[in-house]
Design a binder for this molecule. Sequence first.
Ligand code: GLC
Length: 797
Amino acid sequence: MEYGHFDSEGREYIITRPDTPAPWANYLGSPAYGAIISNNAGGYSFVKSGAAGRLIRYRFNEQDRPGRYIYLRDDETGDYWSASWQPVGKPLDQYKSVCRHGTGYTVLEAEYKDLHSEAMYYVPHGKDYEVWKVKVTNKGAKARKLSAFGFAEFTCESFYEQDQVNLQYTQFITRTYFKDSFVLQTINENCLNAVNESRVETRFFGLARADVTSFCGDRAAFLGKYRDYGNPVSVENGRLDGTLNYNLNPCGALHTALVLQPGESTEFVFLLGQKREAQAKELIARYADAGLPEKEVDELKTFWHDKLANLKVKTPDTNFDNMINTWNAYQCFITFNWSRAASLTYSGLRNGYGYRDTVQDIQGIIHLDPDMALDKIKFMISAQVHHGGALPLVKYTHNPGHEDKPEDDSYGASTGHPSYRADDALWLFPTVWKYIAETGNTALLDEVIPYADKGEDTLFVHMKKAIDFSLNNLGIHGLPAGLHADWNDCLRLGAKGVSVFVALQLYYAFEIMIRFAQFKKDAATEKEMVGLKERFGKIIEERCWDSDRFVRGITEDDQVVGKPGDPEASVWLNPQSWAVVSGFADEKRGKAVMDLVYKKLNTKYGARLMAPSYQKHAFEGALALLFNPSTKENGGIFLQSQGWLILAEAMLGRGGRAMEYYLESCPAAQNDIADTRLMEPYVYSQFTESSESPFEGRSHVHWLTGTASTVMVGCVEGILGLRPDMNGLLLSPSIPSAWKSLEIEKVFRGSKLNIKVSNPDGRESGCRKLTVNGTAVEGGYIPASMLKAENEIVLEM
Ligand code: GLC
């Protein structure tokens, strides 16, 4: 079953059936003001933090309610409906609706009994309030007398958790007022003029370009006794009764009465934000300007579309194109901005940046906006502790040079992360490498950046320290200890138990340091890194390989995890793919282990993280056991790992396999099985239930997942084969043999590249001939020095 389709040109996903199997959401705003909105207008808004700046309510894990509701009522018949299908939920044979999710805006169109409505929701670029622009058109032959109501359910206070649970306090601190064109909410207003005046907060919900006919500031009065958002008594009555909130639950509700002649349209605008009375007035006055919303949405489109235009592909697979050109890329920016803070799954209480998550998220946008990536790279480097370990959680209030760290009790108490992860700082290697290779900004290596706790060093030394941290935390057999966890949150290998994934990451880190040291002509570091690479290479060979596979780890008491013959968890995906990605496995062994993955782990929805799931034979640190079999880390299809899998197959030159894996878990390719997948067909989720689940194929935890960036990297570096290094760009597409050609437009270090790839003999990889502006070059490699402002590049496979 399909619920919608992609509009590639407009960069929109268009939902044509509103009864989607889950709320299909979009993000509005920026870190200054964020808003999540579903195709039924469910969702919430927050200032800066989902946990500490919550403005309007949303009840998680319920019926996608409440939200940004606009109700319409026929004042002659008393019939009423909503501009989004829910909450009123008219029968779908009478009510038509289209939701268009775009880049930073969402439009909900509806048609019911000859009345067409269009609600356009957005947060203006760089602003900290939101706009709901409404247009109502009478498509019928007779004049209509109507009422429109806007409704926003304010929280009682900004702390989400307090608002939900501490009712004996939060319900007695809020009041609302009516001020001609808006409802003003005050919180702790009684502190005004007192020493604690700064506690006082105000929010507003206002109406521009129409008169307020009636108003209400109290949720109970708006809804009525034993009613719900779908049948508020005030909408049924056609009038808001003017009750204002003094204790209990506030809301902003505004009513405007309309008369529409046949063919006539009218427009008005609801505004919502955390503003003082005078600012609210000013904003409402500003939106008297009829053209402003369209202009502001155009600005948002330009902002996003300009970023996305830095890579444009045209391949024989439109699902691939829609994802790479727009939706996967947009999701990468969303995860980059919001980390794991706020979605319809995450309630905002993860109040900081997870180190590994954020450093990986950066990789997803480097090819589109390297400057934005650079700021975050420096920020994350400044969250490294002076000994090279990284803060597992970087607070939003991060103050480099002054932070406490896992060694201090205060850090664990305030973040819930009492100890170091084995992998966190090692993610810097692929990320910094990708950034420097994309931009050629080698000066970054010498930039001095503070540590989180004390002192400062150049970025180059920061990276050496990251390696030191691993070297200072070795476990048995001289391999890197698993510490609190490695990439896999559910793997407690312990202080002396060791992680093979981390060993491979470290092996990769040595290689990157060798390249940087060579560039800096730092022979001592180069020699040291070459020596370390050799040393660890030997240990990995001796200890991490068993018969036909790389094992996953070794526990403190020397049990090998992930070896042949184990009744459960005998094959793990990440050590095989990372053996290839890290450069440890040569081609022959790489192909062999990836064949094993295909045989033992692949399903029609992607490859499982490991198999079989833990049920009876888990070791003590195998926290995956907590999950049902085939779920999340317990043998589920952990989608983030698909990116590394795609990359590994592409690096081996097996484009067919890479694409096969890509399509198995590509949201767009699952557009027609939405009832199985549940999640939005335009975004990745964190995982998919696999074969031991009765709901195989069902996906969970939308939007905020590392999948966005790893799959993006798997496609850009892997399938498209755009692999920059410090001096230029290697072009090495790895595609299905059926693809006869593809085109790539890319901005690279300020130059425009128009790349045409032809594949006359149906190969999967390889370069027979490459010309740059007519000049032949060797080995598929384009030296940056050859590039002009615009370049015609032709590659024959
Ligand atoms: C989640 C976490 C991420 C972790 C992964 C695997 O996605 O956000 O940090 O690496 O799970 O456990």
